[in-house]
Write a protein that binds this ligand. Structure first.
Ligand SMILES: [Mg+2]
Length: 253
């Protein structure tokens, strides 16, 4: 999908989305910063217990047309969600569990991880390294002043190892494959549970923009979570708790 001209206009969304319609909509959800509040470390994130039930009920009401699109691995997401959501794409679309697809070439990720660990050992890199096999994340939430240096090092190593760089909130990620969240949304929309429905993508980060664009292109829309900023999303929800409230609008129908 990258390289194609986006037809979603970029502006700053301010309005809340219309109510969720379980009969007509397909729902795509990011995890961190969207369903769950961001924590200092990814493993510290807690999911509100009632949310798992809400997702399970919605999944049933929507005929299975609910998918998670996250930077986490699918196995990690399963730990949070159990069987509440049937369709999960991990590592920003690299792991597309429902189609049994995974992208190869983790060797370059392993090599990059070794380089980063050596730099960390020398004291030249303060970021926390998260090795997700198909990708590698450098987190600097504990040391925001390191942002410029972490990004410089990440781009340098990525260029040498032929890895793609995704920049997010307090994290920069190096990825082996070429899929993004928009590709994952496209793939899900061709699956039986999603066919004929209107896609809604809900996400908070720059890595969600590809999926906002894909949803728009397929006749749906994006919902940005957090403070207003320029985005391809059409609507805004202020926080994960606002997302929970909006998801509940789909339960009464
Ligand atoms: Mg997020």
């Amino acid at each position: 999908m990258r390289g194609q001209t986006s037809i979603a206009s970029v502006f700053t969304p301010l309005m809340e989305p219309p109510a969720l319609d379980p009969r007509a909509h397909a729902l795509f959800l990011d995890f961190d910063g969207t369903l769950a509040d961001i924590a200092p470390r990814p493993e510290d994130v807690v999911l509100a217990p009632a949310l798992r039930q809400t997702l399970a009920t919605l999944t049933h009401a929507m005929g299975g047309a609910v998918a998670l699109l996250s930077g986490r691995s699918t196995s990690n997401l399963r730990g949070y969600l159990g069987g509440a959501v049937m369709h999960v794409a991990g590592i920003h679309g690299q792991e597309l569990e429902s189609r049994g697809l995974t992208q190869p070439s983790p060797a370059s990720v392993a090599a990059a991880a070794a380089e980063f660990r050596a730099l960390q050992h020398e004291g030249a890199l303060t970021a926390r390294i998260e090795d997700k096999t198909l990708s590698l994340a450098l987190h600097y939430r504990h040391d925001p002043s390191a942002e410029a240096e972490v990004r410089r090092i990440a781009h340098s190593v990525a260029a040498r190892r032929q890895l793609r760089v995704l920049e997010g909130k307090m994290v920069v990620e190096l990825i082996a494959g070429s899929f993004d969240k928009g590709d994952a949304l496209d793939a899900f929309m061709r699956a039986p549970a999603f066919l004929g429905r209107t896609p809604i993508m809900v996400g908070d980060d720059t890595t969600d923009e590809d999926a906002f664009t894909a949803a728009h292109r397929l006749g749906g829309f994006g919902v940005l979570v957090g403070p207003p900023r320029p985005s391809s999303a059409s609507f805004l929800l202020a926080s994960p708790s606002a997302v929970h409230a909006w998801l509940s609008t789909g339960l009464g129908a």
